[in-house]
Ligand binder design. Structure first.
Ligand code: P5A
Ligand code: ZN
Length: 467
């Protein structure tokens, strides 16, 4: 992949994921194939969230006075909010915002819902579109102005520990989610100047894209009591006192699909884990003039066995050259292709080609085909995850002086780890001089000096060029 950006745009179009020609910048059309990937990815997350959260659906519009209530929050989003000012020809008395995220839509309602300590904790999520008038360069799925698949969770707790534990639980849910997709990640606590507007602190998941820049693919925020105080969300304790609640929120977006595509893809196109691939297997009959019917019958037999076992399988019987079909299904990232021709049939074999390694395996038609497919599928998922995670690990390196950072980041991109004091002045100095972003810190014991200012190092920190 020489030019990732070009590759990415081409594959979105060729694999019919997104049509980016919609005439509003930052807004795109999901095409049927992309929509299916989106659906399978979403279902994995929903299954994880449904264990402890309840799904809700709030209105798209937020009244101006509610949005404005939480000063820090509104300040953080003021440049990104789309406003509705008119209803038809009538100018509205009160403007309404298209939600950039839903805290200010939800929390006035939470104030009505939360009564007693027995109501808590409350855990909700919704999957909605949100709107952000992004000023940075927009890119399909990666930075959009209509986030079409915003998966946001919001929780309410009676204690500080409750909220802190929820942050950990949310991190575990997202870990599990990304592990299923084979997307590697680095989890850090964002520096104060980069936390979510209104949060006490923000934990972020970053992954590394093929061009060596990191992409923030999920965030988990501890909101403390900030919003509770602004929106008067209180509960009655067992002693009859009224106390403010503690809150968390966390979310992810279409970026998950962007990373799925970018991280597993290669020169031949998409490469999808079977969990989310619209077709998990395609069967391509190799038909010459003679023996066509027997081959087709054998293919249909395989198809029905796999269908019965619950696989999303497709028999490609179009009147096209087999090579053309191979090319197309490889490009679309189908995990397994089954080829079967007259010679295979007389050998009582089918050829299985796995997309991740392009390896060919002969599988006997007399064997249990479902069992073989299951084995191959788990091996593909395992391999994709391992390859991606090793690749990312290999691009995280420790550097102990700024000059080397500059050179290393310009030449190799990737992620640099360093010993840091954690001070804002010092951090901003590093960011400016090396032209990078500090992703955040991990709070493990660290000895030594801050590599920039020389004072006591407090954290292991990470920096990178970011999206
Ligand atoms: C958490 C959910 C929030 O909005 N409120 C509810 C909190 N956090 S966030 O960090 O601002 O956004 C969550 C994740 O959404 C992705 N994201 C985007 N994806 C595509 N295009 C955008 N313009 C965009 N903005 C944010 C990021 O992955 C972010 O972590
Ligand atoms: Zn320092």
């Amino acid at each position: 992949m020489t030019d990732f950006s070009e590759w990415f745009h081409n594959i979105l179009e060729e694999a019919e994921i997104i049509d980016s020609r919609y005439p509003i910048k930052g807004m795109h059309v999901w095409l049927p194939n992309g929509f299916k990937i989106r659906k399978y990815v979403l279902n994995i997350l929903k299954d994880l969230l449904d264990k402890e959260h309840e799904e809700v659906l709030f209105p798209l519009l937020v009244p101006e006075d509610e949005l404005a209530k939480e000063a820090i929050h509104v300040k953080g989003f003021e440049e990104e909010v789309y406003w509705i000012t008119h209803g038809g020809l009538t100018e509205l008395n009160k403007k309404m915002a298209l939600r950039p995220t839903s805290e200010t839509a939800m929390y006035p309602m939470f104030a009505l819902w939360v009564r007693s300590h027995t109501d808590l904790p409350m855990k909700f999520y919704q999957v909605v579109n949100t709107f952000r008038y992004e000023t940075k360069h927009t890119r399909p799925l990666i930075r959009v102005r209509e986030i079409t698949t915003f998966k946001e969770a919001h929780t309410v707790h009676s204690t500080k520990e409750g909220a802190e534990n929820q942050v950990k639980d949310a991190i575990n849910i997202y870990k599990e989610f990304f592990d299923i997709l084979g997307i590697p990640y680095l989890i850090t606590k964002r520096p104060v100047w980069d936390k979510f507007p209104g949060a006490e602190y923000t934990m972020a998941f970053d992954t590394l894209m093929p061009d060596g820049k990191t992409l923030q693919i999920a965030t988990v925020h501890n909101l403390g009591q900030t919003f509770a105080k602004t929106f008067e969300i209180t509960y009655e304790t067992p002693e009859g006192e009224h106390e403010y609640v503690y809150q968390t929120c966390y979310g992810l977006s279409d970026r998950v699909i962007a990373s799925l595509i970018g991280i597993h893809g290669d020169e031949s196109g998409l490469c999808l884990p079977n969990e989310v691939s619209p077709y998990q297997l395609v069967i391509v009959p190799i038909i010459f003039k003679k023996g066509g019917e027997e081959v087709m019958a054998a293919c249909k037999d395989i198809e029905s066995k796999l269908k019965d076992a619950g696989f999303r399988v497709h028999l490609d019987d179009r009147d096209l050259r087999a090579g053309k079909k191979f090319y197309e299904w490889e490009m679309r990232g189908v995990p397994i292709r089954i080829e079967l021709g007259p010679r295979d049939l007389s050998n009582k074999n089918a050829v299985f080609v796995r997309r991740d390694t392009m390896e060919k395996v002969n599988i006997s038609l007399e064997d249990d085909i479902v069992e073989n497919v299951n084995e191959l599928m788990s091996s593909i998922t395992f391999n994709l995850r391992k390859k991606a995670s090793e690749k990312m690990k290999g691009q995280i390196r420790e550097v102990d002086n700024l000059e080397d950072v500059k050179e290393s980041i310009e030449n190799e991109r990737g992620i640099i780890s360093f010993a840091w004091c954690g001070e804002e002045n010092c951090g901003k100095e590093i960011e400016e001089q090396a032209n990078v972003d500090i992703l955040g810190v991990q709070e493990e014991e660290i000895n030594g000096k801050c590599f920039q200012c020389g004072s006591e190092a407090k954290f292991k920190a990470f920096m990178a060029k970011t999206y």
